[in-house]
Design a protein around this ligand. Structure first.
Ligand code: SF4
Length: 167
């Protein structure tokens, strides 16, 4: 099983106060009802994200980004951890958006930020006060959901991408 991703992109809202390079990893098995990224359910979709490819992406965006964020990938623990370590060694913060409720400490020990919780349309995403999802600073343990709720002031600009993106 390869560790595949779709083409990465720069994102600004998924990790507050960080400019992140976002990698959506394919092969998600969570199956949230209403998922808007069902192409990510196919494990062979996208392109292989080898360690060398990953380093190339980091070099391409060197000095432009402060963080990397993975949408999924926890189902391939070893491959994900390798990328997180590489990112940290490049001086970057690390973040994971997961649809799981809990993440193995083998992974979370390499994270600065972690979003957990499946997409449930009736509860909304991180900008919803009743969401089942949690975004926290793994280092301090602080729940940072309030930073997303505030962003509803400019909901038209900001809501896309944090409501029901991968994980
Ligand atoms: S919303 Fe995310 S975690 Fe849920 S099925 Fe879609 S890709 Fe998977």
């Amino acid at each position: 099983m390869t560790f595949n991703c779709i083409s990465p992109s720069i994102v600004f809202q998924e990790v507050p106060d960080e400019i992140s390079l976002c990698f959506s990893i394919t092969g998600c098995t969570i199956g949230c009802k209403g998922c808007h990224s069902t192409e990510l359910w196919q494990e062979n979709y996208g392109m292989p994200l080898t360690n060398l490819n990953f380093i190339s992406w980091l070099k391409k965006y060197e000095n432009l980004i402060s963080c990397v964020v993975f949408f999924g990938g926890e189902w391939q623990e070893k491959a994900l951890i390798e990328k997180l370590i590489i990112a940290k060694n490049h001086g970057l913060k690390t973040s994971l958006y997961s649809g799981q409720r809990h993440i193995n400490i083998n992974i979370s020990q390499h994270l600065h930020f972690l979003k957990t919780g499946a997409w449930r349309a009736e509860l909304g995403g991180l900008d919803s006060p009743i969401t089942n999802q949690t975004f926290r600073n793994v280092v301090t343990g602080e729940n940072l959901n309030h930073l997303f709720v505030k962003s509803t002031i400019n909901k038209n600009n900001f809501s896309k991408g944090i409501n029901n993106v991968a994980a």
